[in-house]
Ligand binder design. Structure first.
Ligand SMILES: CC(C)(COP(=O)(O)OP(=O)(O)OC[C@H]1O[C@@H](n2cnc3c(N)ncnc32)[C@H](O)[C@@H]1OP(=O)(O)O)[C@@H](O)C(=O)NCCC(=O)NCCS
Length: 301
């Protein structure tokens, strides 16, 4: 049996101290209009300074990881551009039984139902577009599984709230959006991420990579290894968060065996998360000419 999310929650001091990453909708308002570039630089500077102070005080806590996340998410955020279509076969990312949908052009624009639109009222256009694309792709993925057609709302840490008996994950970058869904059964968790094939901004990698990650990247054959590790950790987080119900930062795990389209992970010494043991983790990745895709899923033992 899968333990309930509540069982995995912790009331540790770190939980109480933790600084939440900024809400994406609020955050993106900084990037509007003619002040977008200036605001972005200012936000990054403030966040770097704040994190430097926090890291001295809370160097080994989740607080540090959460603060780092503010920087990382801001630094890797890109300006809005046209969405692209891909011809890559992504089906090998997940086992059969997972419904994977790439958002088409219309999905980026077509309004959602009222309950979902409310979640992006006042958000900048880029955010509205990616949110719509993600929700439409998720609805299409769920429909293929004969799931009830109900709004996909948002949990307290931005996680999508799936219909009872279903699980899933959404990812978007500036020009691509994907959703993966499955019936909650043999597959107990899903996470997906998509990233552009570009290097990470300078200085960001030290917040993402552990020493073990750095070593494993040196030996790898894949392009943009630092982006690959970043993406793998984001999909891993999306996969585990609904089960654990707790934030955990990039320094909580190191990737192992990241090669030949697959990866695994192990918790670091700093990790305060009890990852569920009654399920087996699988991590996969793919490259095409412009993007990197990472996926994780959990199979019940
Ligand atoms: C949650 C997170 C991974 C999302 O990444 P992102 O760069 O904002 O954007 P992505 O396009 O990749 O994914 C966004 C989608 O992730 C999903 N998501 C957000 N928070 C989530 C959570 N707590 N659990 C599961 N899925 C979540 C949402 O569907 C969101 O899209 P939506 O808001 O339109 O519904 C990132 O914001 C974050 O907080 N990272 C820090 C935690 C982390 O990665 N730790 C590493 C542990 S090794």
């Amino acid at each position: 049996m899968l333990p309930s999310a509540a069982l995995w929650k912790s009331n540790s001091v770190n939980d109480q101290l933790r600084v939440d990453p900024p809400d994406a909708d609020r955050c993106m308002r900084f990037h509007t209009g003619t002040r977008r570039r200036i605001a972005r630089v200012m936000v990054l500077q403030i966040e770097f300074m704040a994190t430097a102070c926090l890291s001295i005080i809370h160097r080994s806590t989740d607080l540090f990881s959460a603060s780092s996340t503010i920087i990382i998410r801001s630094a890797v955020r890109m300006a809005a551009t046209q969405q692209v279509s891909i011809t890559m076969d992504l089906s090998s990312l997940f086992p059969s039984g997972v419904s994977l949908v790439l958002a088409d052009d219309k999905m980026w624009h077509r309004p959602l139902r009222d309950e979902e639109e409310t979640l992006i009222t006042g958000s900048v256009e880029k955010r509205q577009r990616e949110f719509r694309a993600g929700r439409h792709a998720a609805h299409t993925a769920l429909a293929k599984l004969q799931a009830p057609d109900i709004p996909i709302l948002r949990g307290e840490r931005r996680e999508p709230v799936w219909p009872d008996g279903y699980i899933g994950s959404i990812a978007h970058c500036r020009d691509l959006c994907l959703a993966a869904c499955a019936i909650d059964g043999e597959i107990a968790g899903l996470g997906i991420d998509v990233e552009p094939l570009t290097s990470l901004p300078k200085g960001v990698d030290r917040y993402i990579h552990t020493e073990a990650d750095a070593k494993i990247m040196q030996g790898g054959q894949d392009p943009y290894p630092e982006r690959l590790v970043f993406s793998a950790k984001e999909s891993l987080y999306k996969c585990y968060y609904p089960l654990i119900g707790r934030y955990f930062g990039f320094q909580s795990v190191s990737l192992v065996d990241i090669d030949n389209g697959g990866f695994d992970f192990e918790p670091t010494e700093k990790c305060e998360i009890a990852f569920p043991t009654q399920m087996t983790f699988h991590g996969r990745y793919l490259f095409d000419a412009t993007h990197l895709y990472t996926a994780c899923y959990l199979i019940r033992n």
